[in-house]
Design a protein around this ligand. Structure first.
Ligand code: ADP
Ligand code: MG
Length: 710
């Protein structure tokens, strides 16, 4: 437990049961700390003083005026009452409305003068203000005071239908008025050097700024604190992972024999990353390394070499793939790459949820007895029932499909924690990597094996060129005539079922309809066209992939089940229908499925999105470059932050609030450096109690969020 801080006070103690219940239910805020880190989204202005004769619609105005009348009446159609107040500044008349706030009639008496602010709405042709802010003058208005009030930034909070922004503002005010002293997790020296205001002052000014410069400075201080505490937490987590013992593994004849038999030479990057991994494995602490590299850059091969090092001393490796199709494919390609001799010795084994019971039992036996030194599977490998004899290495392929918790569950499977290697084809900008995978070491494979020709990509803009769709199918037919194969990727399975994360909800191109129409398309007459999607039984999917890989199927109409890893060197063409429904990274991944062998790859992104829309921009971005890192950065710009970080990072209360990974790269890097320096010289944080408390508070919140979800 962190030592008592005003931030840990429960909201029911600070605000009363009823308000606290509403805040917990509507916004997930439970403590004073939660509430105070629920920052305003933006700041509105009461605006310049306006005259009643010229009220611009939809703008925020401030008016000095006198109340003429206030009438409360029941609503006509609904329950509740409406208070209508008319005011005048001597030039015109304006109506204010309040729902269910009859009590205001006591304040807003005829003759009362004050200053009124709100957004001008239109009701049956005349201007009105609904629920305006106001402050009544006691005597004659002091022009200076009126002007200051009109300048005051109004915090606008993320609100819900049950908790309004002004209610949050009020509650924050109550809490701030009684807040005791706060320890700052950012050390004084760091704060002084970066010219940051103290924590308590920053909280005051972000919620109750007097002028705009106030909240600017407050955000700056709180943003740094957020990045700093996060980086300190990640670095501490990294240190914690390395504080337990793991079995050191050193390569020997198994790997030497494998390398000698490889029909190609490793690329420079493969060799370099291989050395980093070998170095990690040889240490008596668990490896936690992320390897990122484009599709086809040879990551799986690098992972396989690590498995061979572990197998040398009888250790087992588990390879986790995101889907059954991919697990099956991995197993086949591992067996092929190992060759009959090594396969017989290492017994690569498939263990997935869809295996028939007898086979599954056999695979589990091979895992627990240690006879299978390579086990390939999906989430089923995380099941309680699967045990290993000596699990030395866990390889997670395509990290973005696996949450932190799943990684954690696997880590707990061995007697001693296994080494963990995470592979991802999604290029991750450095700052995102630092933020999301800050507890992992990171390696990159940038170099592609020689002899790959770059994929050609085109946008097919149906908004302007509806006729081009028939040209797409002719182009596919031309590729088939050359003996190549094609993928057609669509967002939905049928008119009702979609797969994967989509960015739009209106009806989309679907497998069922597209399959039917392609089979009837004369330019594709005589071609074998099949459909693959996640709702097919596992053995059917496997058979389809096998047939496609063997060249027996010409065109595969599929959902994103084929997104990652599927390797068919003879597939030259990828058509993506409704391409605007996919994210930038996803399109880039999809494109990586073609042009993998010696054949020239072609990607056609078909979209109905209009020019200059964000949807269209995403598709154009992918077509314009093959550089995954450039696209990842573009993706960051175009997407919502939450999508980038995944639900784990954006969901919990420990999520980022002010830090934006797309913009704050430098800040994040600096915060990491500062945090690393502190943890280096003071690993237990004995000299930094406020930081230690903040980290413990984070862990508590994470544990709570984890328990709430599970
Ligand atoms: P990734 O997992 O990064 O998508 P893979 O490891 O599956 O890439 O490799 C893609 C293909 O390239 C495989 O067929 C693999 O055998 C082959 N490959 C891997 N490394 C090399 C290399 N250095 N030279 C030539 N081909 C390679
Ligand atoms: Mg792969």
């Amino acid at each position: 437990m962190a030592s008592a801080s005003p931030l840990d006070l429960k909201l029911d103690r600070a605000l009363g049961e009823r308000t606290a219940a509403a805040f917990a239910k509507g916004l997930g805020l439970r403590t004073v700390g939660d509430l105070l880190s629920h920052y305003p989204r933006r700041y509105a202005r009461r605006g310049e003083l306006s005259a009643l004769t010229e009220l611009p619609r939809d703008e925020n105005v401030t008016i000095v005026a006198e109340v003429l009348s206030a009438v409360n009446r029941p609503m006509r159609a609904k329950r509740g009452s409406i208070l209508e107040v008319t005011i005048s500044d001597g030039t015109g008349i304006l109506t204010l409305t309040f729902f269910n706030q009859a009590w205001r009639q006591g304040e807003l008496k005829p003759g009362a003068r004050g200053i009124f602010a709100g957004k001008v709405g239109d009701y049956k042709g005349s201007a009105q203000l609904a629920h305006p802010d106001y402050e009544l003058f006691e005597e004659d208005p002091d022009p200076q005071r009126a002007a200051a009030w009109a300048q005051l930034p109004i915090p606008i909070y993320p609100a819900t239908s049950t908790v309004a922004s002004w209610q949050i503002q009020k509650a924050v005010g109550v809490v701030l008025d009684t807040l005791g002293a706060l320890d700052d997790p950012v050390p004084d020296a760091v704060r002084a050097q970066r010219k940051l205001m103290p924590f308590a002052r920053a909280l005051e000014l972000i919620h109750r700024p007097q002028v705009d410069a106030d909240w600017g400075g407050a955000r700056k201080a709180l943003r740094f604190q957020e990045a700093f505490v996060l980086q300190a937490a990640l670095l501490q987590q990294r240190a914690r992972l390395r504080s337990v013992a793991a079995t050191a593994r050193t390569p020997g004849p198994l790997l030497e024999g494998f390398d000698a038999a490889l029909p190609f030479t490793l690329t420079g990057d493969q060799r370099a990353v291989g050395q980093q991994i070998a170095h990690d494995l040889a240490e008596p602490v668990p490896m936690n390394r992320l390897v990122q590299g484009e599709v086809g850059s040879g990551k799986t091969l690098v992972a396989l070499r690590a498995m061979l090092a572990v197998a040398e001393s009888g250790g087992q490796s588990a390879l986790l793939a995101p889907t059954e199709v991919l697990a099956q494919q991995h197993l086949r390609s591992i067996a092929r790459t190992l060759g009959p001799d090594l396969s017989a010795r290492l017994r690569p084994t498939l263990l997935t949820g869809q295996l028939p019971v007898a086979e599954r039992r056999k695979a589990m036996l091979a895992a627990v007895s240690g006879s299978a030194r390579i086990v390939v599977g999906t989430h089923a490998l995380l099941g309680d029932k699967v045990e290993f004899f000596d699990l030395g290495l866990v390889v997670v392929d395509e990290q973005h499909r696996f949450g932190v918790e799943q990684r954690e569950a696997l880590r707990l499977k061995g007697q001693q924690p296994p080494h963990v290697l995470v592979l991802t084809a999604t290029p991750i900008p450095r700052t995102v990597a630092m933020t999301v995978f800050g507890d992992l070491d990171i390696s990159s494979i940038a170099e592609l094996p020689a002899g790959r020709s770059p994929i050609e990509s085109f946008v097919v803009p149906l908004a302007e060129k509806p006729g081009w769709i028939s040209r797409v199918w002719e182009r596919v037919a031309e590729e088939l005539a050359k003996g190549h194969q094609a993928f057609v990727v669509v967002p939905a399975i049928d008119r009702t079922v979609t797969e994967g994360e989509l960015l739009d909800v209106s009806p989309a191109a679907n497998v069922t309809d597209v399959l039917a129409s392609l089979r009837e398309n004369p330019v594709l007459a005589g071609r074998r066209i099949e459909a693959l999607h996640g709702r097919l039984p596992g053995d059917e999917k496997d058979a389809l992939m096998r047939d496609f890989a063997a060249g027996a199927i010409d065109v595969l109409v599929a959902t994103t089940v084929i997104e990652v890893g599927v390797d068919v060197p003879n597939a030259s063409t990828m058509v993506v229908l409704d391409a605007d429904r996919f994210g930038v990274s996803q399109l880039h991944q999809l494109r990586g499925r073609v042009g993998r062998g010696g054949v020239q790859g072609l990607a056609l992104f078909v979209t109905g999105a209009e020019e200059l829309t964000l949807a269209r921009e995403r598709v154009e971005a992918v077509a314009s470059t093959l550089d995954g890192f450039e696209l990842a950065n573009k993706d960051l710009e175009l997407r919502q932050e939450g999508d980038v970080l995944g639900s784990t990072q954006s969901g919990g209360r420990s999520s980022l609030r002010l830090v934006r990974v797309a913009k704050d790269g430098e800040l994040i890097a600096e915060a990491r450096e500062v945090a690393a320096d502190i943890l280096d010289s003071d690993p237990t944080l004995a000299e930094h109690p406020a930081l230690r408390d903040a980290l413990e508070r984070r862990l508590d919140a994470e544990a709570e969020a984890f328990l709430a979800k599970n």
